[in-house]
Design a protein around this ligand. Structure first.
Ligand SMILES: [Zn+2]
Length: 507
């Protein structure tokens, strides 16, 4: 695919063209960048008898084995496993590339050397997130930062950002994709940006001061912290009339959160606020966004960039690609990445929607879109939730049950053992913030009924706390990801899971 033409037309290409162009670009990418310079994939392709030309169409893609997080982890024999995934150019091979000689003649050798540097020399680093494994370095070259900027600019377009707008980025400052993606989206999208670094850097008060003084049109943040910030702002009688759009990143977003954030925004004097979710992960080096949609209609899903990567959905049990529109685990293959590169990367994230190539019902863009609610399966496995009180508990369901519950704000689930005895029964304790002055016994009864109806689980205790107490339990402002479920059972490996979104029943 001609990169310039696909870049200019990236949002207007029909499905057949997209898939054909992706296959052509994949062949070129494998042949020119991955196979000559990736130690890991050169060997993998050799073992499976594959070449760049094995992929005539996207239907051939399943011939390529998956790469998963486990493949990136260090082992005793390979203490720096992540390095095997970095494209390491061999100058002799670069010289043999088609066009190199001609470019050197026309532009001079030094210029060509600089171009190779920009393409291949890593200059920026983030770490993969996830609690099951130690953080793995993921390297970017100048070419990758270009793509990050392109993807960021497109995200601003998709979220209907305008140049005169101001964007407050409250994502935690960290070597993670989310913060940097928001930074690049702001700078290349041409909006005025201010990054607070989140609660850990400036505290709630510092972020609130920015909200008051900067008067952003667009607020970007983690769902839990954004809720907390707007709740605090409303409580202090702050105004933020300009606010038009809240973009949520870093954690998944439940539908119950959106109306509650909109209600809080209206308490700040903002009308018609769109609450848009984003989805991304380090290994893709990019994130995708929803476009604004009517509040009584379902989201149009995450708008993908088909010239920069391929998303497949697979059956997580069999590994087979599922038919269009069917739910499945998200698998990603970049089409022009340098630095750290993983192909057919199994994210462990599962969407209950599917891939759609239909024009978006809200913005009309012709783009593949990733539909549905996305959950991180790996986190469910870590919690061993099936063991709770002998009942199989779907962790994602639990979040929705609590997020969507009326009359409660922030919450935390605590798992204990009766009498702290490892051999005893599990106990589930709900810590909740009650809102709207509702009677305690009524909230207890409602929550108990909801938990039983959806999960066949009766909480052992429901304890009421102030918003500030729950925020302390969750580590709001101290941790990068707030703790929404804590496991205090004696034999548990003290794993705490970050989950979506804190919710409040707005008045
Ligand atoms: Zn759309």
């Amino acid at each position: 695919m001609n990169r310039n033409s696909s870049r200019n037309r990236w949002q207007r290409l029909p499905e057949a063209t997209v898939r054909q162009a992706q296959a052509a670009q994949l062949r070129r990418y494998l042949g020119e960048a991955v196979l000559p310079f990736s130690a890991y994939y050169r060997e993998l392709f050799r073992q499976h008898g594959l070449t760049a030309h094995s992929f005539r169409t996207l239907e051939d893609l399943p011939r390529l084995p998956f790469t998963s997080k486990a493949d990136l982890l260090n082992t005793a024999e390979r203490p720096e496993r992540f390095k095997d995934f970095i494209l390491a150019p061999d100058p002799r091979a670069l010289r043999r590339r088609p066009g190199t000689l001609l470019r050197a003649l026309v532009r001079g050798r030094e210029r060509v050397t600089q171009e190779f540097e920009a393409e291949f020399r890593p200059i920026f680093m983030t770490f993969t997130t996830g609690r099951s494994a130690e953080p793995t370095p993921f390297l970017f070259t100048a070419r990758d930062l270009d793509h990050l900027a392109t993807a960021g600019r497109r995200m601003v377009e998709i979220c209907a950002g305008r140049p005169e707008e101001r964007m407050l980025n409250t994502l935690p400052f960290a070597a993670h994709l989310a913060f940097w993606f928001a930074h690049y989206a702001g700078t290349t999208g041409g909006v005025m940006g201010l990054s607070s670094g989140g609660g850990k850097v400036m505290g709630t008060a510092g972020n609130l001061a920015y909200l008051r003084k900067f008067k952003p049109d667009v607020l970007i943040g983690m769902p839990t912290f954004t809720y907390h910030l707007l709740h605090q702002a409303a409580e202090e009688g702050a105004h933020c009339e300009n606010l038009r759009c809240i973009v949520l990143a870093g954690e998944k977003v439940s539908d119950g959160l959106r109306p509650k954030l909109r209600d809080l925004a209206s308490e700040l004097g903002a009308r018609k606020v769109d609450v848009l979710a984003t989805y991304g992960f380090t290994e893709a080096k990019m994130a995708w966004a929803e476009c604004p949609f009517p509040h009584d209609r379902p989201s149009g899903g995450y708008h993908l960039y088909p010239d920069l990567g391929i998303i497949e959905l697979i059956n997580p049990q069999t590994g087979e690609v599922v038919p269009p529109g069917q739910p499945g685990e998200i698998v990603f293959t970049p089409l022009d990445a340098r630095g750290s590169v993983v192909l057919r990367y199994r994210t462990g994230d599962y969407t209950d929607g599917g891939l759609s190539y239909e024009p978006c019902p809200h913005c009309g863009r012709m783009l593949p879109r990733l539909m549905g609610n996305i959950s991180r399966r790996s986190e469910v496995k870590e919690m061993h939730l099936e063991k709770i009180k002998g009942t199989l508990v779907d962790f994602n369901e639990l979040e929705h049950v609590l997020d969507d519950a009326p009359h409660i704000g922030a919450w935390q689930v605590e798992l204990r053992k009766v009498n702290e005895d490892p051999l005893e029964l599990d106990e589930v304790i709900l810590h909740v913030q009650k809102v709207n002055g509702t009677d305690e016994s009524q909230v207890r009864r409602e929550l108990d009924e909801r938990c039983f109806a959806h999960l066949e689980l009766h909480p052992n205790r429901i304890l009421f706390h102030t918003a500030a107490e729950i925020q302390r339990f969750q580590g709001v402002g101290q941790l990068l990801k707030e703790l929404r479920v804590v496991d205090h059972r004696p034999e548990a490996q003290s794993v705490s899971i970050p989950v979506t979104v804190v919710i409040s029943q707005a008045a």
